[in-house]
Design a protein around this ligand. Structure first.
Ligand code: BV8
Ligand code: ZN
Length: 248
C-alpha cells in the first residue's frame, strides 16, 4: 500500500480509466459481471445502430430503464475518492467508459466520456443534442423538435467510432501520463482497453483495481483484487497525510 501511495504522490501526470465496476456500489449493474446487463440482454441486440434501426422502441425502452437507474443512483465512495484526488491536484484527468454521470455528481471536473452519456439525447439526423433530467416516456418514440427525426441516446454504440475529439483528448492524456489507475473495467472493449497499454509502452505505471483478473492484469505493475470503493478510500487518507493537507 505504501508503495502505491508513493507512486501516486510522486506521479507527474496521474490519470485514471474507469469502467462499470466503479458504479457497481451505486447499484448500477455492470455489463459482463455475474449479474451483468449482457447476461440478460446481448449487446449485439441492443447497444448498436442495427438494433436501433430494427426496433427503436425496444432499444429506447432499455435505455430509458438504464437512465432511470442511473438518474436515481448516488455516487459511491469510489467516485468521491477520484474527485478528492483531483481536488488535491494529484489526479489530472479521469477517462471513463461509463455512460452514467456519477463522476460528475461526485465533483470530478476533468472527465472524458469515451462512450458518451445517458444524460445526453441527440437527433439521428441533425446536430440537435441536449441534456435530459428525466428518461423519456416510451412510447411514443422521442422525436427531434427541430427536424422531426428520431432521437437516440447520446452514447457510442458498438461498431460506432468514438467522437474523434474525445479520442484525441484521451490520447493526449495517455501520451502525458506516467501513472494510470485502471479501475472497474474488464478491459475488453476497444479502443478504451488499449489506452493503459500506451501508458505502459511509454514507460508508465499501471495500477489496476478489480476484484477479478482481466487481460490487463498480466501487464499491470500493480493489480489489486479489491473493490474500487474500498481501495480508493484506502488511498486518499495516506495521500492526504503525505501531502500534509489538513482534513477537509
Ligand atoms: C469502434 C455505450 C471502430 C453503450 C459501450 C473484435 C476485436 C476487437 C474489437 C472489436 C471486435 N469486434 C468489434 C470490436 C470493436 C468493439 C469492441 O471493442 N468489442 C469488444 C466487446 C470485443 N468496439 C467498438 O465497437 C467501439 N468502436 O471500435 O469503432 C470500429 C468501427 C466499425 C467497426 C469496428 C470498429 C465502440 C465501443 C463502445 C461501445 N459502447 N457503451 C451503452 O453503454 O449502452 S461499451 C460498454 O462496455 C460500456 O460503455 C462499458 O463502459 C464498456 C466496457 O465495459 P466495462 O466498463 O469494462 O464493464 P464490464 O461489466 O465489462 O466490467 C466491469 C468490471 O468491473 C469487471 O471486470 C468486474 O470484475 C469489475 N468490478 C465489479 N465490481 C467492482 C469491479 N471493479 C471494482 N470495484 C467493484 N466494486
Ligand atoms: Zn433533428
Amino acid at each position: 500500500m505504501e508503495e502505491i501511495v508513493k507512486v501516486v504522490v510522486d506521479s507527474e501526470h496521474l490519470i485514471a480509466l474507469t469502467g462499470a465496476g466503479v458504479s457497481a456500489e451505486s447499484g448500477i449493474p455492470t455489463f459482463r459481471g455475474k449479474d451483468g446487463l449482457w447476461n440478460r440482454y446481448r449487446p449485439e441486440e441492443l447497444a448498436n445502430p442495427q438494433a436501433f434501426a430494427a426496433d427503436p422502441e425496444k432499444v429506447w425502452k432499455w435505455y430509458a430503464w438504464r437512465m432511470e437507474k442511473v438518474f436515481s443512483a448516488e455516487p459511491n465512495r469510489a467516485h468521491h475518492a477520484f474527485a478528492e484526488l483531483e481536488r488535491m491536484g494529484i489526479l489530472k484527468c479521469l477517462i471513463t467508459q461509463n455512460v452514467d454521470d456519477l463522476h460528475e455528481r461526485a465533483g470530478s471536473r476533468n472527465i472524458i466520456h469515451l462512450h458518451g452519456s445517458l444524460r445526453v439525447v441527440r437527433c439521428t439526423s441533425c446536430e440537435n443534442s441536449f441534456e435530459v433530467e428525466e428518461p423519456p416516456r416510451i412510447p411514443p418514440l422521442p422525436r427531434c423538435d427541430k427536424c422531426g427525426s428520431l432521437l437516440r441516446p447520446g452514447v457510442v454504440w458498438f461498431g460506432e467510432m468514438l467522437p474523434h475529439d474525445v479520442l484525441d483528448r484521451a490520447m493526449r492524456e495517455v501520451e502525458k501520463a506516467d501513472v494510470i489507475i485502471v479501475a472497474g473495467t474488464s478491459a475488453v472493449v476497444q479502443p478504451a482497453a488499449s489506452l493503459p497499454l500506451i501508458v505502459k509502452r511509454r514507460g508508465g505505471v499501471i495500477i489496476e483495481i478489480n476484484p477479478d483478473e482481466t487481460p490487463l492484469t498480466a501487464v499491470a505493475d500493480y493489480s489489486l483484487r479489491i473493490n474500487a470503493g474500498e481501495m480508493m478510500e484506502k488511498l486518499v487518507e495516506p495521500i492526504r497525510k503525505v501531502l500534509s493537507l489538513g482534513t477537509p
